[in-house]
Design a protein around this ligand. Structure first.
Ligand SMILES: [Zn+2]
Ligand SMILES: [Zn+2]
Length: 310
């Protein structure tokens, strides 16, 4: 079968053995490129097939999305359902420490599968994971409903935060670098941020984004980190202290008392097709993976989410 790997010659589609193992095999229909995929590629060749935002069908035809972070299943964090905080590293993380889903098929033994709601198109269901990450962060933010929410940064993860916060928030403000990002935010119900906000999602991962977040946050408000800080980022400590800001970190998705972030995400995507229509800007066949990665990395391309379709 075919699979996308980052080799010493860059992104290539290789002929590789079919996945084996006892667990379910997902025949992939759609996989979206994440900012972290673009970042990992810069580290050089990776022995695993890329792709952790994946939807497809099982042997029996069941339509599913995949939780890429199964965890080891034996540590204390996995035992309490927090597989995303597994003590045993990346070994079970699809597309990072195990073969991912930019391929004809992927083995997912032990991974949570999300059965797709009837009305969610499988071509769009690769967004269950990235939207789920935003749903997780909204849950951790402590929002109860009616808050003024701002999102700093309007790449795919910032726009995912808009989509996830919008149903609860009184209003959602957004800051963005590019016009097409503001337009996408507006399609999802946000507007250019102005004034003060109860909860601010930092979705850009830069020092300037963090200081903007601190400015936009009201006294005793909360900043939620949804971006990945690949390098340490200086915190605007004085401003944060003088407003007694709360900081909440957010990572991946998890089970919670009422279910799982990924099921909530699938329901949200099914209820509002405009989310996928807005976020997915490009689709490529798997064989054009190198071009898909190039477009996804090119900020001027207008790309938000780029999807590979095996
Ligand atoms: Zn991702
Ligand atoms: Zn574990």
């Amino acid at each position: 079968m075919r699979a996308v790997r980052n080799t010493e010659h860059g992104i290539q589609v290789l002929e590789v053995p079919e996945p084996e193992g006892d667990g379910p095999i997902v025949y992939v229909r759609a996989g979206s490129i994440c900012g972290s995929d673009l970042h990992m590629v810069n580290f050089g060749p990776i022995e695993f097939t890329l792709g952790h935002e994946v939807a497809g069908v099982l042997e029996d035809g069941t339509r599913v999305a995949v939780d890429p972070a199964s965890g080891c299943g034996t540590c204390d964090q996995c035992a309490r359902g927090a597989t995303h905080l597994c003590r045993n590293g990346f070994e079970h993380l699809l597309g990072v420490g195990a073969h991912g889903g930019f391929a004809s098929a992927v083995a997912v033994p032990g991974h949570k599968l999300v059965t797709l709601p009837e009305s969610l198109r499988i071509e769009d269901a690769c967004l269950v994971e990235p939207i789920g990450v935003a749903v997780h962060s909204v849950r951790l933010s402590g929002m109860g409903g009616g808050e003024r929410v701002a999102v700093v940064g309007a790449g795919s993860i910032g726009l995912a935060a808009v989509a996830a916060a919008r149903p609860l928030a009184d209003e959602v403000g957004i800051t963005a670098r590019h016009d097409h990002q503001i337009a996408a935010g507006e399609r999802l119900g946000a507007h250019a941020a102005t004034g003060e906000y109860d909860v601010v999602f930092e979705a850009a991962g830069t020092e300037s984004a963090l200081s903007t977040a601190a400015e936009l946050c009201r006294p005793n408000g909360t900043i939620v980190f949804l971006s990945t800080h690949w390098e340490p980022v200086a915190i605007p400590s004085l401003a944060a202290m003088m407003k007694e800001l709360g900081f909440q970190w957010s990572y991946c998705t998890s089970a919670h008392e009422g279910g799982h972030d990924l099921d909530d995400s699938a329901a949200l995507l099914a209820a509002d097709p405009e989310i996928a229509n807005t976020l997915i800007t490009h689709r490529f066949p798997l064989d054009d993976a190198a071009e898909a990665f190039r477009v996804a990395a090119d900020r001027a391309s207008g790309a938000i989410k780029v999807v590979l379709e095996p």
